[in-house]
Write a protein that binds this ligand. Structure first.
Ligand code: AHR
Length: 493
C-alpha cells in the first residue's frame, strides 16, 4: 500500500495541451495507406484522407501534429508537393526504404488534415539539404495574406486564405541525419535560417531549434549559449530501446519479464534527461522562456518479422501502454519547461496510435492511454507527495508507481496512475487535501497478459474498462492498480 498526499490548493501551472501532440512522417505506411489513400481509393475517405483513421484521431483532440519528418524533413523540398498531383515530382525516399515518393501528400493535404482534426500544424523545415530561400518561401506560401509571389502561387493552387502556422522547426537531427553537423556550426546555421522564418500578416511563428539526442548535454549547452535568444523552443529526442542496441533492439511482442523490466527502466531515464537539460537551459534562460519540445519519443523495436526493414512497422502491447502513461506523467511534472511532446509516429510506424492493414484499422493500447489522459490537457497540475514502493527485478529496483494529478477547468480532479510491476497489484490511498470530494469514477487499462496486443482479428482485446472498486470516504480516495496497468480516476466536488 502507498499513501499519497494530493494538495489541491497548490497549483503547479498549466499542463500545456501540446504535451499530448503527435508526429506524422513520410516513413513506411504512415502517410500513404495510414493517413492518405487518395480521393479515388475504395477505402472511404474525405478528400483523400481515410475516414476510419480520421474519426479515431478526432476523438483524441490531438493538439498539434508534426510533419513531414524526421529524417525525411531534411530531404524534403516542399515545392515538389504542391500544384496538380499529376505534375508533382517523384522522388526516392532515401531514408526510409528507398521507395518512390509521389508527393501526393504535400502542404495543402497536410494542412487540410490538420483542419479536419482540429489540430495545430508543426512543420519541420529543411536545413540539411534545403536553402534559406526555400525555407523562407515555404512560410511565405503558407502564411502571407496579400500579393506576393508565393501567396499568389498558393492561390493559384486553390487556397485563397493563408493558413495559421505557429510551430516551425528549423531542421531535424542536424547532429545526425540532418547533416552531421557540430553544434557550433548548426548554431550559426540555425541563426541564419531562423532569421528568414518570418512573421507575415500577423502570423506569429514559434521557432524550434534542433536540440540534442538523449544525453548530449554539450549540444544543449552550445545551442543555448550561441542561439538561445533566437529560439522559442529546442527539441529533445529520446527513444526507448529495450536492449539499448541499434542492431538488435528487441521485439515488440513475445518478450519476457526481463525485457518488460528493462524497457520501463530505460523509459524512466526521460526524467533525468529533462532535469539535466533543464538545468543547462536555466543557466542561459533563467526566466524559462524557451521550451523543451520532446518532438520524438516512444518505443523503438525490431520491425515486425517479414516487413520492410526501412518501414519501421511495429506492434504495440500493454508494455507500450504503461510506458506511454509513465512518459506523459513525467512530461506533466515538467510542465514549466516542456512546451510540447510528439509521440513517434501516429500511424503504422513506431509507437503508433493506430495500425492499418488494407481497409482494416485497429486502435493500439497506446491510443487508449492518450484517450484516458486527455483530461490533463490545459489543466492545472496539482502537487502530489508520495514515496513509491520499489519494483525489484534481479539486482535492480525502480519505482513501482507513476502518478500525475490535475484539475480541469470544470473543477474535476483527475489522477492518472501506472503500475510498473508485472506481478504485483498496488493499493493506493490518496489523501485529498483542501477540497470536498463528493463522487469518484475511473477507467482502467489492463490485461492478464502483459504482452497482449490488439490484432486485426481481435481489435478489442485491450480497451479501457470501467474501474470498479474505487472508494471515496472523508476525502480519502482508495484504488487498487492491477499489475502492468494504467488507470485514470475522476474526482468531482
Ligand atoms: O522516428 C524515426 C526517425 O528517428 C526520425 O525520422 C528521426 O528524426 C529519428 O532518428
Amino acid at each position: 500500500m502507498v499513501d499519497v498526499i494530493l494538495k489541491t490548493n497548490s497549483e503547479q501551472g498549466l499542463i500545456k495541451r501540446n504535451i499530448y501532440g503527435h508526429f506524422s512522417e513520410h516513413l513506411g505506411r504512415c502517410i500513404y495507406e495510414g493517413l492518405w489513400v487518395g480521393e479515388d481509393s475504395p477505402i472511404p475517405n474525405t478528400e483523400g484522407i481515410r475516414n476510419d483513421v480520421l474519426n479515431a484521431l478526432q476523438k483524441l483532440h490531438i493538439p498539434v501534429l508534426r510533419w513531414p519528418g524526421g529524417c525525411f524533413a531534411d530531404e524534403y523540398h516542399w515545392k515538389d508537393g504542391v500544384g496538380p498531383k499529376s505534375e508533382r515530382a517523384r522522388m526516392i525516399n532515401t531514408h526510409w526504404g528507398g521507395v518512390e515518393e509521389n508527393n501526393h501528400f504535400g502542404t495543402h493535404e497536410f494542412l487540410r488534415l490538420c483542419e479536419l482534426l482540429g489540430t495545430e500544424p508543426y512543420i519541420s523545415g529543411n536545413l540539411g539539404s534545403g536553402t534559406v530561400q526555400e525555407m523562407q518561401e515555404w512560410v511565405e506560401y503558407i502564411t502571407f495574406d496579400g500579393e506576393s509571389p508565393m501567396a499568389n502561387w498558393r492561390k493559384s493552387n486553390g487556397r485563397e486564405e493563408p493558413w495559421k502556422l505557429t510551430y516551425f522547426g528549423v531542421g531535424n537531427e542536424n547532429w545526425g541525419c540532418g547533416g552531421n553537423m557540430r553544434p557550433e556550426y548548426y548554431a550559426d546555421e540555425y541563426r541564419r535560417y531562423a532569421t528568414y522564418v518570418r512573421n507575415y500578416s500577423g502570423n506569429k511563428i514559434y521557432k524550434i531549434a534542433c536540440g540534442p539526442n538523449d544525453n548530449n548535454y554539450h549540444w544543449m549547452e552550445v545551442l543555448m549559449r550561441e542561439a538561445g535568444r533566437f529560439m522559442d523552443g529546442i527539441s529533445l529526442h529520446y527513444y526507448t530501446i529495450p536492449t539499448g542496441e541499434w542492431a538488435d533492439k528487441g521485439q515488440a511482442t513475445g518478450f519476457g519479464d526481463a525485457e518488460w523490466f528493462t524497457t520501463l527502466k530505460k523509459t524512466l531515464y526521460m526524467e533525468e534527461l529533462l532535469v539535466k537539460h533543464s538545468e543547462i537551459m536555466d543557466k542561459y534562460d533563467p526566466e524559462g522562456r524557451v521550451g523543451i519540445i520532446v518532438d520524438e519519443w516512444g518505443t523503438w523495436y525490431n520491425v515486425e518479422p517479414g516487413t520492410n526493414p526501412g518501414f519501421l512497422y511495429q506492434q504495440n502491447t500493454m508494455r507500450d501502454a504503461v510506458l506511454a502513461g509513465i512518459n506523459l506523467n513525467i512530461f506533466n511534472a515538467h510542465n514549466k519547461r516542456v512546451h510540447m511532446a510528439n509521440l513517434a509516429q501516429i500511424v503504422n510506424v513506431l509507437q503508433s496510435l493506430v495500425l492499418t492493414e488494407g481497409d482494416k484499422m485497429l486502435l493500439t493500447p497506446t491510443y487508449h492511454v492518450f484517450d484516458m489522459y486527455q483530461v490533463h490537457m490545459d489543466a492545472q497540475r496539482l502537487e502530489l507527495n508520495y514515496e513509491s514502493p520499489g519494483y525489484t527485478f534481479g539486482e535492480e529496483t525502480i519505482p513501482q508507481l507513476s502518478l500525475s494529478a490535475s484539475r480541469s477547468k470544470d473543477g474535476i480532479i483527475h489522477v492518472t496512475a501506472c503500475n510498473l510491476s508485472h506481478t504485483d497489484e498496488l493499493e493506493v490511498v490518496c489523501h485529498i487535501e483542501s477540497a470536498d470530494a463528493a463522487s469518484v469514477s475511473g477507467q482502467i487499462l489492463h490485461h492478464a497478459d502483459y504482452g497482449a496486443f490488439n490484432t486485426f482479428e481481435q481489435p478489442d482485446r485491450i480497451q479501457p474498462a470501467e474501474w470498479n472498486g474505487i472508494t471515496l470516504e472523508n476525502n480519502k480516495l482508495r484504488f487498487v492498480l492491477p499489475p502492468a496497468s494504467v488507470g485514470v480516476v475522476s474526482v468531482k466536488g
